[in-house]
Structure formats: C-alpha cells, structure tokens
Design a protein around this ligand. Sequence first.
Ligand code: HEC
Ligand code: HEC
Ligand code: HEC
Ligand code: HEC
Ligand code: HEC
Ligand code: HEC
Ligand code: HEC
Ligand code: HEC
Length: 404
Amino acid sequence: MMGVMRFVRYAGIGVLVLVIAVGAFWLLHPTGGVVVQRIAERPAFLWRISGEKSCEGCHLKIDSGMDKQWRESVHFRVNVGCADCHGEDHEAVFAEKGKVSAGVCGKCHEKEVTAFAENGHADAEVAVLSDARFLAQSLAMQEEGCMGCHSVGERFADGSVGGCNGCHPGHEFSSAMAREPEACQVCHGGPDHPVMEAYKTSVHGVLYYNDRDPEKSPNCVTCHMPNGAHGHVANIGLGAVFTGAVLEDEYLPHLAMKRISKETFEANRKEMLQVCAPCHSARFSRESLERADAIKREADAIVAEGYAIIKSLYDDKALNPMPEDRPANPVVGHAFELGGQQLYENTSEIEQAFFRLFKFHHATTFKGAYHHSPDYTHWEGIVRMKMEMDKIRSEAKRLRISAK
Ligand code: HEC
Ligand code: HEC
Ligand code: HEC
Ligand code: HEC
Ligand code: HEC
Ligand code: HEC
Ligand code: HEC
Ligand code: HEC
C-alpha cells in the first residue's frame, strides 16, 4: 500500500515537473511555443528536431514563414523534411543555391515525374534557349522575364525535367492549390496568351468562381489535365501552342505555325469532346469548338495577308530601315523575318505592327474563342487585328511613295 502511494506521489511530481518544464520552454524559449505545437500535431517532430544539426530546429528560427508552409503541407504529416529534398550537406545546399531537381521528387513520386517529361510543359525551357527574343535580353531579364515562366520545363544536371513548384508553389506542395485556375495564372496571362483573362470572362469562369465546383463548371485542369494526369496537359488541336497550329493541307505560305496531320487533330478533338460530355450535348460542344476553329482560320487569313504585304515591300527594298541597315537579329542575322524569330525591337514601324497583329491580337482572338470569351474573341481580339491591318496597309502605301 505504502509502495503504491509513494509511486503515485513521485509520478505526480514527475508530471508536474514536466508540465512546468514544457510550460517554461513554451513561454521563455523564442520558438518554444511553435516547437510544442509541432510535437503536439505530430510526435515524430520531436525526432526531427532532436539531431545536433537539425535542419528543422534551426530553420524554424530563421524562416518562420517557410516553416509554416511546410508544417501545413502533406509532407509534414508524412514526415518528409528538409533533408529529404535538400540533402544533408549544408555546403552542397549552398552550392546548389537551394535548388531541388525533379529527380529528387521522383524518388518518391516516380509516376508524376516520368509522366511530366512527356508533357508540353517539359519543352518550355528548351523552347526559349534558342529563341531570338530570349538571346536579345540581358541576363537578368532572361532569368526574370522569360525563365520566370519557362522554368516550368527546367532541365536539371541529373537529367530530370520539371519545375514542379510552378503549379505547387511554396513549401506547401499542395494538390488542392494546383487544381485551381490561380495555379496557372502566373504564366498563362498577358497580351500574348490571355487565356486566364479569357477564362475569367467566360460563362465557365463566372460559374466556376461562384462555388468552385468543377463538377458543375470546368476549370483549367478539367479540360487540360483530366484526372490529374501530369503527362497530358493538352487535348490541343488547332490551338497547339502560342501561334496555334494549321492542318497540313491548309498550310498558308510563310506562317510560323506548327503543322499537324488531320489524324492528330481528330484524335485530340475527340478527347476534348469527351471532356465536355458530362455537361453538354455532343452537338452543342462540337459546334462550339467548330465555331472556334472557323475563327482561328479567319484570324490566320488576316495574318497571311499582312505577311504578304510586308514581304513584297522587302522584296522591293521599300522597308525603312531594311534588315541589313539594323543591328543583327541574334538568330537570323540580317535576313528578313516576320513571326517566328522576329524581334519587337530594332525593327521598323510596319514590322512592329505585324508583331502586334500576330503575337498579341491573333493569339488573343483564337485563344478567346477556344475559351468561350466573347470579349477576348471580338473586342480584345479580331477588332485589334483589323485595325492593325489598316495601319499596315496605309503604312505600306506611305513606304512605297517614299521609296520612289
Ligand atoms: C545552425 C543552423 C542551421 C542548420 C542546422 C541548417 N541550416 Fe540551412 N541555413 C541556415 C542559414 C543561417 C541559412 C541562410 C539563411 C538566409 O540567408 O536567410 C541557411 C540556408 C539554407 C538554404 C537556402 C540556401 C540558399 O542558397 O538559398 C537551404 C535550402 C537550407 N539552409 C537547408 C538546410 C537543410 C536541408 C539543413 C539540414 C541538413 C539545414 N539547412 C540545416 C542555417 C541552418
Ligand atoms: C518536398 C521537397 C522539399 C522539402 C520537404 C523542403 N524543401 Fe526547401 N525547397 C524545395 C524546392 C523545390 C525549392 C525551390 C528551389 C528552386 O529554386 O528551384 C526549395 C527552396 C528552398 C529554399 C530557398 C528558396 C527561398 O525561398 O529562400 C530554402 C531556404 C528552403 N527551401 C528551405 C527549406 C527548409 C528549411 C525545409 C524544411 C523545413 C525545406 N526547405 C523543405 C523543396 C523542398
Ligand atoms: C521522401 C519522399 C518524398 C519526396 C522526396 C517528395 N515527396 Fe511529395 N509526398 C511524399 C508523400 C509520402 C506524400 C503523401 C502521399 C502521396 O500523395 O503520395 C507526398 C505528397 C505530395 C503531394 C500531394 C500533396 C497534397 O496536397 O495532396 C505533392 C503535390 C508532392 N508530394 C509534391 C512533391 C514535389 C514537387 C517534390 C519535390 C520537390 C516532392 N513531393 C518530394 C513523399 C515525398
Ligand atoms: C510556371 C509557368 C507555368 C504554369 C504555372 C503553368 N504553365 Fe502551362 N505552359 C507554360 C509554358 C511556358 C508553356 C509553353 C510550353 C512550350 O514550350 O511548349 C505552357 C504550355 C501549356 C499548354 C500547352 C501544352 C501543349 O502540349 O501544347 C497547356 C494546355 C497548359 N500549359 C496548361 C496549363 C494549366 C492548365 C496550368 C495550371 C494547372 C498551367 N499550364 C500552369 C507555363 C506554365
Ligand atoms: C501544370 C501544373 C502542374 C505541374 C507543373 C506539376 N503538377 Fe503535380 N499536380 C497538378 C495538379 C492539377 C494536381 C492535382 C491532380 C488531381 O488530384 O486532380 C497535381 C497533383 C500532384 C501530386 C499528388 C498526386 C496524387 O495522386 O494525389 C503529386 C505527387 C504531384 N502533383 C507531383 C508533381 C511533381 C513531382 C511535379 C514535377 C515533375 C509536378 N507535380 C508538377 C499540377 C501540376
Ligand atoms: C472547357 C474547357 C477548357 C477550359 C475550362 C480551359 N481550356 Fe484551355 N483550351 C481549351 C480548348 C478547346 C483549347 C483549344 C484546343 C483545340 O485546338 O482543340 C484550349 C487551348 C489552351 C492552350 C493552348 C494554346 C492556346 O491558348 O490555344 C492553353 C495554354 C490553355 N488552353 C490553357 C488553359 C488555362 C490556363 C485555362 C484556365 C485559366 C484553360 N485553358 C481553361 C479548353 C479549355
Ligand atoms: C508570363 C509568363 C511568360 C513569360 C514572361 C514569357 N513566356 Fe513564353 N510562353 C509562356 C506561355 C504560357 C507559353 C505557351 C502559350 C500558349 O500556348 O498559350 C509561351 C510560349 C512561348 C514560346 C513558344 C513555345 C513553343 O513550343 O512553341 C516561345 C518561343 C516563348 N514563349 C519565348 C519566350 C521568351 C523568349 C520570353 C522572354 C523574352 C518569354 N517567352 C516570356 C509564358 C511566358
Ligand atoms: C463541368 C461541366 C461543364 C463542362 C465539362 C463543360 N461545360 Fe460548357 N458550360 C457549362 C455550363 C453549366 C454552362 C452554362 C450553360 C447555360 O448557361 O445554359 C456552360 C456554357 C458553355 C458555353 C456557352 C457560353 C455562352 O456564352 O453562353 C459554351 C460554348 C460551352 N459551355 C462550351 C463547352 C465546351 C466546348 C466544353 C468542352 C471542351 C465544355 N463547355 C465543358 C458546364 C460545362
């Protein structure tokens, strides 16, 4: 009896001392409160911060915002910590500037990393490296003004590809965040591909933002990453990448557009129509996409006309200045170039009008149409194309007169 009483007394004192110690740590230690909270949330955290050179223990003090992102992530719950991604060696971490390759994610997410390498995004970095507009920028502008978006296709020294944090930003690495249109917003907007803007001003966008239920109205991922497939950010037919594509037998001379076969087009279109099926009749969705195809062709024809006018001025040496009288284009030198590797600077007035016509307004018109935004299709799109064409026609007249 005495033994039991003594045990209870010592155990009581023990618990009291523990509570006081934890309380004091909580109150007096600068990060004590956070540490206690973490351990309460997930006891394995005690193990995480107990090492002599614990990454989490030290970074908790210096990067509290990052710590919060990580703590609220799935990785925290499944015990994936700093060293699992960054490695154990702090010297190496600094040498790498804190970078983590897609290959590292692939140790645990092989399916996503393998699939991603097949996806259009995987070409985003290689697509710019040989681009004249990229080569014409300062190093800082290349990094911030091009790679800020194109790093979604970053290629790492270990051979892996994928800027996974493009859609899974911060140390949250969240799936839920990646499913929202905002995840695509950093990159899929602006004058050369206002897809985000078009979506927001479409009936789909309006409905989606009302209650964010993708089973009632589609978001970007519904149509372009059905079932969360990382290898399949597509279903693209004539809208394939920023200038769009044309069918092989409809090729318009000189247009810098990808050419695709009728079979590829039809296979992609079939897949896209399957996406619409839960919410629309087959006729409704087919006709609405065919209307967008027709608008794409109408816009292509305007670009082709603009091209022909300017090319004939070049042939007659009536451009002012002529390509040989300007600084060289980093890819084509002093050759004539419209679309493709055309620069928006060190060119002539009429060629700049073509740049706006093609890179901005043409893209806006057809991207607006495929995303069902009446405003981006018409007022922000074809209206600006037609007005730019008038400028090209009158500038061409002026150039011919002054050439004589
Ligand atoms: C003794 C404290 C301490 C420990 C332990 C520690 N770090 Fe750091 N770490 C720092 C400091 C200080 C910096 C520089 C922070 C800054 O500039 O804000 C840093 C920077 C970093 C960076 C950013 C590097 C860059 O160039 O941007 C990463 C990533 C990193 N640490 C990961 C880790 C990992 C992984 C571990 C565990 C293996 C770890 N750290 C352990 C203190 C520590
Ligand atoms: C799931 C993998 C993963 C985990 C876990 C992880 N990181 Fe990172 N971390 C990354 C990635 C990816 C980047 C972005 C690197 C880049 O610039 O491409 C990064 C970047 C950083 C940077 C530099 C960028 C900046 O914003 O300053 C620091 C510092 C850093 N991590 C610290 C930590 C710390 C501390 C932990 C643990 C609390 C941690 N990381 C856990 C993947 C991870
Ligand atoms: C050491 C293993 C490991 C590494 C390395 C790792 N993860 Fe994870 N990750 C997990 C586990 C385990 C889960 C939870 C189970 C699952 O969804 O597969 C998870 C979940 C996720 C999720 C889903 C989160 C959610 O909200 O449902 C994403 C996104 C993710 N990881 C991305 C990454 C990225 C990007 C990297 C590389 C920067 C990475 N992970 C590195 C193990 C890891
Ligand atoms: C960090 C920037 C970035 C983010 C975030 C991003 N993308 Fe992209 N996306 C790009 C770039 C750059 C390209 C062009 C790639 C190329 O060179 O073909 C692209 C291409 C695409 C394509 C065309 C692919 C093809 O095969 O032709 C689709 C569709 C697409 N993105 C959808 C999305 C969706 C949906 C999201 C959001 C869930 C998203 N993207 C998030 C940068 C991004
Ligand atoms: C274009 C945007 C985008 C990029 C880039 C991206 N993801 Fe994702 N990821 C998503 C979306 C959207 C989901 C949610 C899918 C769903 O559940 O519908 C997701 C989900 C995940 C999941 C959770 C899968 C599951 O079954 O719960 C993991 C793991 C993941 N991504 C890893 C990666 C890795 C690794 C990379 C880099 C190779 C990467 N992601 C790049 C959009 C992206
Ligand atoms: C209702 C389905 C649907 C939704 C929602 C949707 N798209 Fe699209 N998207 C399309 C169709 C259709 C095309 C053109 C494909 C074709 O030619 O068959 C396309 C084309 C694209 C392209 C390729 C190039 C281009 O602009 O034509 C990108 C990139 C793209 N969409 C991104 C997005 C992003 C980002 C979102 C969300 C803000 C989004 N899409 C929402 C159906 C959709
Ligand atoms: C705001 C994000 C963003 C910035 C900044 C950006 N791009 Fe892009 N770029 C994209 C997206 C998104 C696409 C694909 C558009 C689509 O299909 O609708 C793309 C497409 C391209 C393509 C066509 C890729 C292909 O496979 O056909 C090239 C080339 C390109 N960009 C070059 C550049 C250069 C050079 C710079 C810097 C001078 C730059 N981009 C800046 C987002 C960006
Ligand atoms: C998750 C459900 C859902 C999916 C998937 C979906 N839509 Fe819709 N869509 C709607 C709803 C709801 C409306 C509004 C209908 C109304 O007001 O009667 C709508 C409206 C439209 C409109 C009419 C816009 C206007 O201006 O009135 C078009 C065109 C359209 N969708 C085309 C498509 C196409 C093409 C696809 C497939 C690429 C598609 N939708 C996929 C739910 C969906």
